[in-house]
Design a protein around this ligand. Structure first.
Ligand code: ZN
Ligand code: ZN
Length: 556
C-alpha cells in the first residue's frame, strides 16, 4: 500500500509536470499575439515581376535577394482591374479593393462631380506647407474607402503612428489614408520634402523635416554625373545600343550631366529620373523612423514607402534600358540599407515588410513594331478634337461635345449635347462606331453596356472593376495587346502602362519578417489581397471596401 506522503509527492510532481507542459505553450501563444513594432510597406513604382529575376545575378545579398531568400514570395500576383496607373495602384494595395469601390479611377480624369478635369489628390481647400504655390495642395479626400493604415489607427484611438513618404504626392497620400500622423512628398522647385495643411495645422514643417531639408542632399546627389554602377558590357540583361529612349537633359546615354541639368533648369526635377531619387527617399524614410520614433512603443506603427524613380526611369528609358537596370541595382542597395537598419534597430522578428508594385510596364510599341509585331501607339491625346469634329460633321453643327478623352474613356458634355438637341446615346453610338474603325482598337462600348457584357468577354471583369458610376466616362474602349495609348509623357520612346495585360498587371509581392515563413507560392493572388492579409495578421478589421481575400500562405 502506498503511503499518503508518497501520494502527495506524486500529485505535486504531476501538477508541476502539467504546469511545465503548459508554460511553453502559453508563452508561445502570447508571443504569437504580440504585434510587430513596425510595418514597412514598400511600393516600387512600375516594377514588373520579371525584374526580380532578370537582374537577380547582379543584385547584392542584402536587398531583393534577402527578401526572396528569407521571406515569402507570392509569384503570381496580379492587378485585377484597368487602368493600371499609379494612383489606382497605390489605392488598391492599401484599400484592398478596386477603383469601382475606392473611386480612384486614374491619376487624372474629367470629374463630373467637379465639372472639370481633376488631378487625383488636388484639394484647393488646403495649403502648401514647406513650398510655394499649389505643389502642396493635396489631400486624400477623393479616396472613398478606408485604408489598412486607417483601420490600424481606428483600432486603437490613433495610438499607432502612420507616415507616408514618396516623391510623388499620390504615392504618399493614398497609402497613408485619411488620418495619418504625417505625409510627405517632394517639391522639385525647392528640392524639399513638403506636406499640406490637411495633415497639420501649422504652416511650418516639423523641425526634423526642416533640418533634413537643410542638409541639401539633392544638391549633393546632383553634384556629379550619373554613371552606371557596372560597365555596360557586363549587363546582358539590358539591350546593347538600346535607342528607344528619351534624352535626359542634353545626354542620350551615360554619363548624364546632373550638375548641368540642375543649373539649366533651376530645379531638382531631374533627380526623379535617376537612382538618386530613390536614394533620397530612403534617406528621408530612415530619418522619419528615427525622428518620429516609429516602432518605439507597443503599438504597431506603419511606414508607407513608395519608390518613384523606377517609374520615371521606366517611362523615360524603357524596360530594356541599362538606365532602368542601373536604377534597380541601386534601389537594391537602398533596400539592403533599409533592411539592415531595421534589423539593428528592432530585430527581424519585430518588423513586418512587404514589397510590391503599383503596376508593371509595357514593351516599347515602336520597338515591337520594328521587330514586325502588330504594335502601335493610339493617339488618345488627339481624340478629343477628332471626336468633336466627327459629331459636328454628323449633326452638321459645330460644337464642343466631348469633355475629355483619357484612360481609354470618353466623357461627353451632356449639357452641350442636350442644348444641340442630340441624344447622348446617339452621340455615344457615333463615337463607338468611329473608335472601332481605328487601328489598334479592340472594341468600344458604352458605360452601361460594359455592365451587361457577358463574363466571357475578354477582360470585362477587369474593365468593370476600373469603372466608378459617378466618375467614369460614357464610352470605354480597349486596345490590342501590343498597342498603347499615348499620354503627355509617352509617344514613341520609353514606355508606359495602364492596360489589363500581363506586362502591366503581373508584379512582385514579397513578405518578410514578423510571422512570415520562408517560401514561395504560385497560387493566384490579387493586388487587393494585401490589405485583408495585413488585417488578418494584425487581427484588426479589413478596410471598409475590401473585396480581396486573405493570403493564407504568408502567415506562420
Ligand atoms: Zn506608378
Ligand atoms: Zn508611370
Amino acid at each position: 500500500m502506498l503511503s499518503l506522503k508518497y501520494l502527495i509527492l506524486m500529485r505535486i510532481a504531476l501538477f508541476l509536470l502539467v504546469l511545465l507542459g503548459a508554460l511553453p505553450a502559453f508563452s508561445q501563444h502570447s508571443s504569437d499575439r504580440r504585434p510587430p513594432k513596425l510595418i514597412v510597406g514598400i511600393v516600387v513604382d512600375q516594377m514588373r515581376y520579371d525584374y526580380l529575376y532578370r537582374y537577380y545575378d547582379k543584385y547584392g545579398e542584402g536587398g531583393f535577394k534577402r527578401l526572396l531568400r528569407e521571406g515569402f514570395s507570392c509569384e503570381n500576383t496580379r492587378f485585377n482591374y484597368m487602368p493600371t496607373y499609379t494612383a489606382p495602384g497605390h489605392a488598391a494595395i492599401y484599400t484592398g479593393t478596386t477603383p469601382s469601390i475606392n473611386g480612384i479611377i486614374s491619376n487624372e480624369w474629367w470629374d463630373p462631380e467637379w465639372g472639370k478635369h481633376r488631378y487625383v489628390t488636388t484639394d484647393t481647400t488646403v495649403q502648401t506647407v514647406g513650398g510655394e504655390g499649389t505643389v502642396g495642395q493635396h489631400s486624400p479626400r477623393v479616396l472613398l474607402s478606408s485604408t489598412i493604415t486607417d483601420e490600424l489607427r481606428l483600432s486603437n484611438d490613433g495610438r499607432s503612428k502612420v507616415v507616408g513618404i514618396c516623391l510623388k504626392d499620390r504615392g504618399s497620400i493614398l497609402p497613408a489614408g485619411h488620418m495619418p500622423n504625417a505625409c510627405f512628398w517632394f517639391d522639385d522647385k525647392g528640392g524639399n520634402w513638403i506636406t499640406s495643411t490637411y495633415y497639420q495645422d501649422s504652416l511650418q514643417l516639423p523641425d526634423w523635416v526642416k533640418f533634413f531639408n537643410a542638409r541639401r542632399l539633392p544638391d549633393q546627389y546632383m553634384a556629379q554625373p550619373w554613371t552606371p554602377k557596372l560597365p555596360l558590357d557586363s549587363m546582358p540583361e539590358s539591350f546593347k545600343g538600346w535607342s528607344y529612349k528619351k534624352q535626359l537633359g542634353k545626354n542620350s546615354g551615360f554619363p548624364y550631366d546632373l550638375p548641368g541639368m540642375l543649373k539649366s533648369s533651376g530645379n531638382y526635377g531631374a533627380i526623379r529620373y535617376t537612382p538618386y531619387g530613390n536614394r533620397l527617399t530612403t534617406d528621408f524614410a530612415l530619418e522619419a523612423i528615427e525622428s518620429m520614433q516609429l516602432g518605439a512603443d507597443s503599438y504597431t506603427d506603419f511606414l508607407c514607402l513608395s519608390y518613384s524613380s523606377t517609374d520615371y526611369c521606366g517611362h523615360h528609358f524603357g524596360v530594356h534600358a541599362a538606365e532602368t537596370q542601373d536604377t534597380y541595382l541601386r534601389l537594391d542597395e537602398d533596400l539592403a540599407r533599409l533592411l539592415s537598419t531595421l534589423d539593428k534597430k528592432f530585430g527581424k522578428n519585430n518588423v513586418l515588410v512587404f514589397l510590391t508594385a503599383d503596376h508593371g510596364g509595357a514593351e516599347t510599341p515602336q520597338h515591337l513594331h520594328d521587330l514586325q509585331f502588330p504594335a502601335g501607339v493610339f493617339r488618345e491625346s488627339a481624340m478629343e478634337q477628332r471626336l468633336d469634329s466627327v459629331l459636328a460633321s454628323v449633326y452638321i453643327q459645330p460644337g464642343k461635345f466631348v469633355h475629355e478623352v483619357s484612360n481609354q474613356q470618353v466623357w461627353l458634355d451632356q449639357e452641350s449635347l442636350s442644348n444641340a438637341g442630340i441624344a447622348s446615346s446617339d452621340a455615344a453610338d457615333m463615337i463607338i462606331e468611329y473608335l472601332k474603325a481605328q487601328p489598334g482598337v479592340y472594341d468600344a462600348f458604352s458605360y452601361d453596356y460594359a455592365q451587361i457584357l457577358p463574363a466571357e468577354f475578354p477582360f470585362i471583369a477587369e474593365i468593370r472593376r476600373g469603372l466608378h458610376p459617378r466618375r467614369s466616362g460614357d464610352v470605354i474602349f480597349t486596345l490590342d495587346p501590343a498597342w498603347h495609348a499615348d499620354d503627355k509623357f509617352f509617344l514613341t520612346a520609353g514606355t508606359t502602362h495602364g492596360s489589363p495585360f500581363a506586362y502591366d498587371t503581373h508584379i512582385p509581392l514579397l513578405w518578410y519578417g514578423w510571422r512570415v515563413p520562408q517560401g514561395e507560392s504560385h497560387a493566384p493572388v490579387s493586388i487587393t489581397d494585401i490589405a485583408p492579409t495585413l488585417a488578418a495578421m494584425l487581427r484588426i478589421m479589413e478596410p471598409n471596401g475590401t473585396t480581396g481575400t486573405v493570403i493564407r500562405e504568408v502567415m506562420k
